[in-house]
Design a protein around this ligand. Structure first.
Ligand code: ADP
Ligand code: MG
Length: 381
């Protein structure tokens, strides 16, 4: 969809033009998986696919919300009913942002999301952040991007009820084209790291396995509990303070299962910093190796992969990718492969064939260069 389409669709549905149109991207975390809650680092970048939000002020306290992805059915809510505990569906992501930003005037909101929903590319943060930046602009709220990221996270945590970290909202708002965002989950400081794939003829292939295994919630809680237990038994603040040597020395104090979980956390934290060094020296072969090691660690030590993700990663590598790994919480969702642009079609074909021969649902593919964070596209009139 062209950016101008949402303007027309808004007018068609709500009878007037929007005051503002904003967009925010989905994201991929290049490396640093399952370590945000261990005081680790993450290295996400914005993908090209974005979610658009068009907003118009109203003169009453009604909020009307529609999404192209939800058949443009208009949901009408009174602002007085917008508080945590609100029973609803997807519109809670929009209402949560209105609540977090303390909006006190009715609005019409239309959403058009081009980030695949539920594929681990954070369509939820793209949605929240497109709405947040539009409202910040429209009501001249003056929040900076860091504050907006916290407010969008608050919307998802406290209004929608999803206990997500700050990564998705930070990158959706702050990403710069050609850069990844190194985010320190201990103190939430961040810095841009040049991630220029295009000039080296490279590309990130995103493989949406379309698999969603129901193990995820219980497994996530168990992984977190194992990390908490290791930290308590070894008397440290977080995995960040441990090294692999120290962990080996203390092996007797923890269970075998805790040891392998901790080994993932400790090695993954180190891999993020190695990946930053690789990017800074354009060492893409090294980056590929780090992606592979990350996948093996998530598969064998953290045990959060699944056959579809392993097939995507293994077939990408055997077809010539420099490296590949599962991304996100695991048990389904997407994988990424660092590939030569010229090999894209060939690698896609090989992955498709592997999926078919394993009897898996066909995967979907996206490619992306590191893109722009949230933007106002059409300012208030
Ligand atoms: P992810 O963030 O990985 O895509 P989530 O489950 O966190 O997956 O968020 C997906 C949910 O966000 C959807 O089920 C829906 O409720 C909401 N959502 C995201 N984008 C849109 C959209 N364009 N229109 C309607 N709802 C959306
Ligand atoms: Mg999400």
């Amino acid at each position: 969809m062209q950016e101008s389409d949402i303007r027309e669709k808004f007018e068609e549905l709500f009878g007037q033009l929007p005051d503002v149109i904003a967009a925010a991207p989905g994201r991929i975390n290049l490396i640093g998986e399952h370590i945000d809650y261990s005081d680790g680092y993450v290295l996400p970048f914005a993908i090209t696919s974005r979610t658009y939000a068009a907003v118009r002020k109203r003169s009453d306290r009604q909020v009307r919300i529609a999404s192209v992805q939800r058949a443009k059915t208009v949901i009408t809510v009174n602002l007085d009913d917008v508080r945590p505990g609100f029973k609803g569906q997807w519109e809670r992501y929009v209402l949560g942002v209105l609540w977090a930003l303390k909006i006190d005037q009715g609005v019409d909101v239309m959403i058009d999301g081009h980030v695949p929903l539920g594929a681990g590319l954070s369509s939820s943060a793209a949605l929240e952040c497109s709405v947040a930046i539009a409202l910040n602009h429209l009501f001249s709220l003056g929040f900076d991007l860091k504050a907006l990221a916290r407010l969008a996270q608050m919307a998802e945590n406290d209004f929608v009820g999803v206990p997500c970290g700050i990564m998705d909202q930070s990158v959706a708002l702050m990403a710069k084209p050609g850069y990844a965002l190194l985010l320190d989950c201990r103190d939430l400081t961040s810095r841009d790291v040049a991630f220029d794939l295009a000039s080296s003829g490279l590309q990130l292939l995103i493989i949406d396995t379309q698999a969603h295994h129901s193990l995820i919630d219980g497994a996530y809680a168990q992984r977190r509990a194992s990390c908490d237990s290791v930290v308590a038994k070894l008397g440290v603040q977080s995995m960040r303070e441990l090294t692999l040597d120290r962990l080996e020395e203390c092996k007797e104090l923890i269970t075998d299962n805790e040891f392998i979980r901790a080994r993932h956390a400790v090695t993954e934290i180190a891999r993020v910093l190695d990946a930053v060094r690789a990017l800074e020296s354009k060492g893409f072969v090294e980056l590929g190796h780090l992606l592979n090691s990350s996948h093996i660690s998530l598969r064998d030590d953290y045990e959060v992969s699944c056959p579809e993700l392993n097939t995507a990663v293994d077939s990408a590598i055997s077809a010539g990718a420099l490296g590949a790994r599962m991304v996100g919480a695991g048990f389904g969702g997407s994988a990424i492969a660092l590939i030569k642009e010229s090999q894209s079609q060939e690698i896609i074909r090989k992955i498709e064939i592997s999926f078919e021969s394993n009897g898996f649902k066909p995967p979907r593919f996206l490619t992306s260069l590191p893109s722009q964070g949230a933007q106002i596209i059409q300012p208030a009139r």
